[in-house]
Design a protein. Structure first.
Length: 188
């Protein structure tokens, strides 16, 4: 493991513990406020489709943003991990069959419809923390960074208060920043 990878892993442990220590009612409030800000954002309103994860109980709740997209007649696509540490997005609707991945994440069955036209889409990229340049600390698999190398739409990350680093995060040449950041933090 390189020095950068070691630092990132230590930060993942720290930020995961900080997130876990937040009271459930505080997390629900943050989730509600962040999703409300996302849904009101012109990028969300203009997007022809939404790409986002099916959140785990530890993550920001993505269900309300998915429901908002459906209410606006926007297709929703969610990721599935593929061989070679790649990731594909598949249409997610009330007909989608889900399977639990080896990481414990719910994802569409391989028989689901692949989403391929990313022009004009908005991808909500998960993160434990992010810096002011849009570089994020993810979960360590590099799936999103590989996907973002070929993604042509707009990216956004939603971040809890206190989870925005005021100094640049350690990064590798494969790391990709997001285009937009939605947070409840107030800039210093």
């Amino acid at each position: 493991m390189s020095d950068i990878q070691s630092v990132k892993q230590a930060m993942r442990t720290e930020y995961s513990a900080r997130r876990a220590a937040l009271p459930p009612e505080t997390r629900k409030d943050y989730d509600r406020r962040l999703v409300k800000a996302l849904i009101a954002d012109p990028a969300f309103v203009a997007a022809k489709a939404l790409l986002c994860t099916l959140s785990t109980p530890e993550e920001l709740d993505t269900a309300p943003m998915i429901e908002a997209a459906w209410a606006m007649s926007k297709p929703v696509a969610v990721p599935r991990c593929l061989p070679g540490r790649q990731m594909g997005f598949y249409i997610y609707d009330d007909q989608t069959v889900l399977e639990q991945s080896k990481y414990g994440i719910w994802e569409p069955a391989l028989s689901s419809r692949l989403f391929e036209d990313f022009a004009g889409t908005l991808c909500v990229v998960p993160a434990l923390c992010v810096d002011h340049e849009g570089y994020r600390l993810g979960y360590g698999g590099g799936y999103y960074d590989r996907f973002l190398q070929r993604y042509t739409g707009l990216t956004v990350t939603l971040v809890y208060p206190g989870f925005v680093s005021h100094t640049p995060l350690p990064r590798e040449t494969t790391d990709r920043p997001v285009d937009r950041l939605i947070t409840l933090d107030i800039a210093p």
